[in-house]
Design a binder for this molecule. Structure first.
Ligand SMILES: CC(C)(COP(=O)(O)OP(=O)(O)OC[C@H]1O[C@@H](n2cnc3c(N)ncnc32)[C@H](O)[C@@H]1OP(=O)(O)O)[C@@H](O)C(=O)NCCC(=O)NCCS
Length: 263
């Protein structure tokens, strides 16, 4: 399959709520609040590799995507909507979704600063099960980490965070909401260049056994697989029960995989 047309917009769809108690049992497609999907021209794909977007709700999404692509304003179509952001209810009246559109342009990563910190913290809380992260046996307060962030109209669409100790830079998180457009690579390269300029000797990071996307991504960008910490996530889950048992791509989540780049 060859992607030859450069789409102008990327879309993120989030399940905001599911009737009543939020149980997936209310929805035939099994949507749960917090599920996120992204797409450009194709169908919305789950961010965690699990399940698919509801085919019936596509009837509602499709005209909204087309309105954005045609240069329209969603606030003309739905009350309470902004130009590129709206909420809509699935045809069964069960799941409320939020749709956000991003105009793809030459994004400009900026260092996290005081004025962006709160948005970064909210983003981390949403995507990383809270703002405390257990890394190599230590709890890291993710509300204080350094990093680079990419905004589109005030909404974060990419974030990389890191810590530096003894000339070693540890990447603590990397997220790109507009997949396969070079955003993740751009953020990673900024950190690699910054580490080289500062004379750091090594960049390292941990990912999980289910994250086959990240395992591919880092190896193709010069990182070596240097370690495997069997059962690390199971041990972490004892302290942080919100870590799911099943990770991305339906893979049971048990182990940490360590990557490093010597500079
Ligand atoms: C891993 C992750 C950061 C990658 O981000 P991304 O923005 O999709 O990354 P990129 O677009 O730079 O690269 C992804 C692919 O898109 C391709 N790509 C980049 N620009 C492209 C373009 N303009 N057109 C088509 N394809 C393109 C790249 O070739 C790359 O493929 P490859 O890895 O096989 O070489 C992202 O999937 C993510 O946020 N995952 C969830 C969080 C996570 O797992 N983080 C990492 C663990 S810490």
């Amino acid at each position: 399959m060859e992607s030859w047309y450069k789409e102008e917009y990327g879309f993120k769809i989030t399940a905001v709520s599911v009737n009543g108690d939020g149980s997936a049992r209310h929805c035939r497609n099994g949507h749960e609040s917090g599920d996120t999907y992204s797409c450009e021209y194709g169908c919305p794909m789950p961010k965690n590799g699990e399940g698919g977007f509801c085919s019936k709700s596509m009837f509602k999404v499709f005209p909204l995507l087309e309105a954005v692509r045609a240069g329209g304003d969603l606030s003309n179509l739905l009350s309470g909507a902004e130009k590129h952001k709206c909420e809509f209810i699935c045809p069964d009246g069960v799941v409320k979704f939020r749709l956000e559109a991003f105009l793809k342009k030459d994004f400009n990563p900026e260092p996290i600063n005081e004025s962006t910190r709160q948005k970064v913290t909210n983003f981390i809380a949403e995507y990383w099960h809270g703002t405390d992260m257990l890394i190599r046996g230590k709890i890291i307060d993710m509300t204080k980490v350094d990093g680079f962030v990419i905004f589109d109209d005030g909404t974060i669409i990419g974030l990389i965070t890191y810590l530096v100790k003894g000339g070693v830079l540890e990447i603590t998180s990397l997220d790109s909401l507009i997949s396969n457009r070079g955003t993740g690579t751009m953020l990673l390269n900024i950190v690699i260049n910054m580490a080289k300029q500062n004379g750091y000797k090594r960049i390292q990071l941990l990912t999980t056994n289910d994250n086959i996307n990240a395992i591919r991504f880092y190896q193709k960008r010069g990182f070596e697989l240097v370690g495997m910490n069997c059962g690390a996530i199971d041990r972490e889950r004892e302290k942080k029960p919100q870590i799911p048992l099943i990770g991305q791509n339906g893979i049971p989540l048990h182990h940490e995989i360590e990557f490093a780049m010597e500079l």
